[in-house]
Write a protein that binds this ligand. Sequence first.
Ligand SMILES: Cc1ncc(COP(=O)(O)O)c(C=O)c1O
Length: 421
Amino acid sequence: MTKNPSPAQMPVSAFYGEIDPPQRLLMGPGPANVHPRVLRAMSAQMLGQFDPEFTVYMDETMALYRQVFQTDNHWTMLIDGTARAAIEAALVSLIAPDDLVLVLRFGRFGLLLTEIVQRCGGRIEALDAPWGEVLSLDQIEEAVRRLRPKVLAVVHGDTSTTMAQPLDGIGAICRKYDCLTYVDATATLSGMDLNVDRLGLDVVTAGLQKCLGGPAGSAPITISPQAAEAIFHRRHVEKGIAPADLKPGNGPMIRSNYLDLAMIMDYWSERRLNHHTESATMLYGARECARVALQEGLANRFRRHDQASRAMVAGLQAMGLTLFGDLSNKMSNVTGIEIPSGIDGEKLRGLMRDDFQIEIGSSFGPLKGRIWRIGAMGYNCHKHNVLITLCALETTLRKTGYGVTAGAGADSALSVYDGQA
Ligand SMILES: Cc1ncc(COP(=O)(O)O)c(C=O)c1O
C-alpha cells in the first residue's frame, strides 16, 4: 500500500494557489472596495500592543475618530471585530439583566438589536415601523415617556430596507427622561451626517466596510461621559491584571469578558491595562480610513454620497424601475429596487457578477427575492461607478427579458452630475 506523501514532501504546485481574487466592483450594501491607502497602511509591520509607538497610534486614532463622530467624547476608540462586535460590546456593557430597553425597529438590524438585548437579559419593548418606513419623533417620545426605559437602541441606516431613521430630537427626549441612547451607525458613519454631540447621543458604533472605505474587522465606537460613568460603575477587572489601587464598581458584572467596555477602556486609557492583543493591522487600517475621510472633509463626503444617491435614483427610475420604501428617508449610500415581476433576481445578480464583475445585493426576510440593493459608498461612491453599474444593470435587465431604453439610466444619472436635474 502506498502511503500519502507528508506535506513536507509535496511539490509546491500541490498546495492551493496564492490569493488572487477577481477584480469585483462591490456595489451592494457593503462591504465596498477598500481605499488603496487603507490597504497600504495595513501592510505595515506589526507592533506589540504596549509599544510606545503603537500607543501613540492608538491616541491618534482616538483623536481622529472624535472628528469623524463629531464629538468631544474622550472615550472614542476601536473595538476589534466586525461592526456587530461593537454593537454587542455597547449593549452588553450598558444593559444589566432586567434593565428595560426600548428598541426602535424598521428592518433586520433593529431585530438584531432586540436579539442582543435579549441575550444580555434585558427586558424589551419594541416600537416597529413597517419595513420601508421609519418612526416619527412623536411615536418615540410617547413610548419613552410611557415606558421610561434605561436605554433606547436604534439603527441609523438599516441597510436591509435602505431606510435611515432621522435622529434629530431623539437624544433630547432621552436626556429629558434619563435614558441612555445607543445608535448603530455601521452603515452611515462618514457617508451621512451624524453629529454625535449635537444630537446628544450616548453610545454610537460603526464599521469600516461601508462609507469609511475599509475592510470589515474593526469597529469604531464613541461613548459619552454619562454612558462611561454607567459602564465604569460595572467595572470588574480580571484578577490577574487588576492593580491594587483600582476599585471595582458596585454595579453588576458585565456579562462578557471579550466585549467588556470597562476593561477595553482601561486598555485605551493611560493605565494600558492588558485586555486582548489589539489587532495592530486593523488599527492601521481604521486610522487610515479616518485620515482619508477627514482629508476629504466630512461635508464634502456627505455631499458626494448624496449626489451619487440622487444620480442612482434618477437613473433607476428612468429605466422604469420602482424603488423600494419611502424615498424621503432613504439612506444616501444604498438604494432598494423592487425586482420587476417575471425577473429572476438571483439570476440577474449572477449575470452582473459574471459579465461585468459587479456585485449588487439582495435582501433578507420578507424582502428576500423582492428587492435588490445597490450601494455607492466610501471609495466606490464616484460618478464612474454609478454610471458603470447603471449601464451594466440595463444590459443585464434586457438580457433577462426586461425591456429598457438604451442609455436611459446613465443619461439621467449624468444629468444629476451635470447639475441639470
Ligand atoms: C446597519 C448594520 N448594522 C450592523 C451590521 C453588521 O455588521 P458586521 O457584519 O460588520 O458585523 C451591518 C452589516 O451589514 C449593518 O448594515
